[in-house]
Design a protein around this ligand. Structure first.
Ligand code: G16
Length: 543
């Protein structure tokens, strides 16, 4: 087999975003596009010679072809071994676990996460480092630099590797090991949680609906929830991964998982509902008649984690992304541990987890996880909830009422304006930025601004500094609005407006968040001139 050196030239726009490089599938399928980026990953990590990598993805369109290219490029550049999920499938948390379990040097995950898949939708590639977590900014910056100067890449001339058969084979001098994508991950979950208690819960008639959204968690959820824990077969729905996610949008929120929401809000709905996204790292939690926001879910999991074997000795600390609500901070305070506030992006939790400063992490964008891997983990969150419910023997609604009674309720909502003209979105942010120092003391929608700034983060472990991470406006009474442009979209710009207020009056714990937050919503619109600048009267997605 021969190694071919292919001349190429830089392709614009290969800058990794919040989570790897995400583009339209057709863009990724252009000549040299994937190859340029993969070679740039090799450059950023000082080559792959002699290294062991993990490779997998969420099964979306083009993943099978991309896997063959990545394997041939790894072989051409001297990698010793690539461990691949059967059929090129690995959920993001399972890939993170595999990297750690096998002591691999890193891994490539082919996914655009919650973005739709298919020839007209999105594809993505991200690199995870040896701790199992997303490459930190220093590494992604080197990747981007390499994409700007690349002049050639190396690829092996070879036939496709059969990724449907578990076992070892070789590609040139490189070993390719095809592994079952589910079993190691399932073993880890069995170590963390009290599976006997969850089995008893189901045996006692507890009902569950897990919506895999035609994405990667289907096989994982079937194996763990149905085959191992005894949930009825029909508890896991949309469980067969498809390259275009059944034509759907595999984002577990009340909009895109509306079927699940409708069932959970019906009088004869199951006791517990959950959904996960394209690559299995996000989760949505719903009780009967009770949606749990991701921010609240993090707080409840933190307050109750000691009920699961893995966390019985308590938490070293909690970490949340800045736009996530302050609900977890109140739990951290009660537990006497630190709650770290990081920029959006799971990569920022890596150092805190590695350094033993945080045990649980979470984000408003439907991500929760712990130090068991270095990615957020959808099924892990579902299992921790089930473990807690199995021990406490109360409903989700009762857990929430109890939680708010103790800590107060952080009302929370995120309004997304999608596909906004990029220049208009940038001008909106620039204009706000320019007025930040003048906002304190002014009022908007009758709310007085107490402080306003642009969030920046100094990593307490490696001292790295990340600026420009979202504009925050604080109001009297504990309300807050955050403005940020998404780093994961592929169409124009997505303006995210994060809205929060705090309530301690238990008589006001059951208000519709959109009603409770009405003034904050109005203030956000006034402060940023959202309608004028974006031309939108209302958000596209409300979570
Ligand atoms: C990724 C990141 C998350 C982030 C989310 C949204 O999630 O891993 O940390 O919160 O994107 O980011 P943005 O607001 O920039 O779009 P995923 O599930 O898409 O990989």
């Amino acid at each position: 087999m021969t190694v071919t050196t292919v001349p190429t030239s830089p392709i614009e726009g290969q800058k990794p975003g919040t989570s790897g490089l995400r583009k339209k599938t057709a863009v990724f399928m252009q000549p040299h596009y994937l190859e340029n980026f993969v070679q740039s990953i090799w450059t950023a990590i000082d080559g792959v010679e002699g290294k062991t990598l993990v490779l997998g993805g969420d099964g979306r369109y083009f993943g099978d072809r991309a896997a063959q290219v990545i394997l041939r490029m790894a072989a051409a550049s001297g990698a010793a071994k690539v461990i691949v999920g059967q059929g090129a499938i690995l959920s993001t948390p399972a890939a993170s676990h595999m990297i750690r379990l096998r002591g691999a040097d890193g891994g490539i995950i082919m996914s655009a996460s919650h973005n739709p898949g298919g020839p007209k939708a999105d594809f993505g590639v991200k690199y995870n480092v040896a701790n199992g977590g997303p490459a930190p900014e220093s590494v992604t910056a080197r990747m981007f630099e390499a994409t700007k100067t690349i002049s050639e890449y190396q690829i092996l001339e070879a036939q496709d590797v059969d990724l449907s058969v578990i076992g070892e084979t070789t590609l040139g001098d490189m070993v390719v090991e095809v592994v079952d994508p589910v079993s190691d991950y399932a073993d880890l979950m069995a170590e963390l949680f009290d599976f006997d208690a969850i089995r008893d819960l189901f045996a006692g008639g507890f009902t569950l609906r897990f919506d895999a959204m035609h994405a990667v968690t289907g096989p994982y959820a079937r194996h763990i929830l149905v085959d191992t824990l005894g949930a009825p077969e029909d508890s896991v729905v949309n469980a067969v991964p498809s390259p275009d996610f059944g034509g759907g949008h595999p984002d577990p929120n009340p909009i895109w998982a509306k079927d699940l929401m409708d069932i959970m809000m019906s009088p004869d709905g199951p006791d517990f509902g959950a959904a996960s996204d394209g690559d299995g790292d996000r989760n949505m939690i719903v009780g009967k008649g009770c949606y749990v926001t991701p921010s609240d879910s993090l707080a409840v999991l933190a307050a109750n984690a000691h009920l699961a074997p893995a966390y019985k000795d308590g938490l070293a600390g909690i970490a949340r992304s800045m736009p996530t609500s302050g609900a977890a901070d109140r739990v951290a305070e009660a537990l006497g541990v630190t709650c770290y506030e990081t920029p959006t992006g799971w990569k920022f939790f890596g150092n805190l987890l590695d350094d033993g400063r945080a045990t649980l992490c979470g984000e408003e964008s439907a991500g929760t996880g712990s130090n068991h891997v270095r990615e957020k983990d959808g099924l892990w969150a579902v299992l921790l909830w089930l473990n807690i419910l199995a021990v406490r023997k109360v409903s989700v609604a009762e857990i929430m009422a109890d939680h708010w009674g103790r800590y107060g309720r952080n009302y929370y909502s995120r309004h997304d304006y999608e596909g906004v003209d990029s220049d208009a979105a940038n001008e909106l942010m620039d204009d706000l930025r320019g007025r930040l120092s003048d906002l304190a003391g002014t009022t908007a929608a009758g709310l007085t601004v107490t402080a306003a700034d642009e969030f920046a983060y100094d990593d307490p472990v490696d001292g790295s500094h990340s600026a420009g991470q979202g504009i925050r406006v604080f109001f009297e009474g504990g309300a807050r609005v955050v403005f940020r442009l998404s780093g994961t979209g592929t169409d124009g710009a997505t303006l995210r407006v994060y809205l929060e207020s705090y309530e301690t009056d238990s008589g006001k714990f059951d208000v519709d968040p959109q009603v409770q937050l009405q003034k904050v919503i109005q203030a956000a619109g006034e402060l940023a001139g959202i309608t004028v600048r974006t031309g939108r009267e209302s958000p596209d997605v409300i979570t």
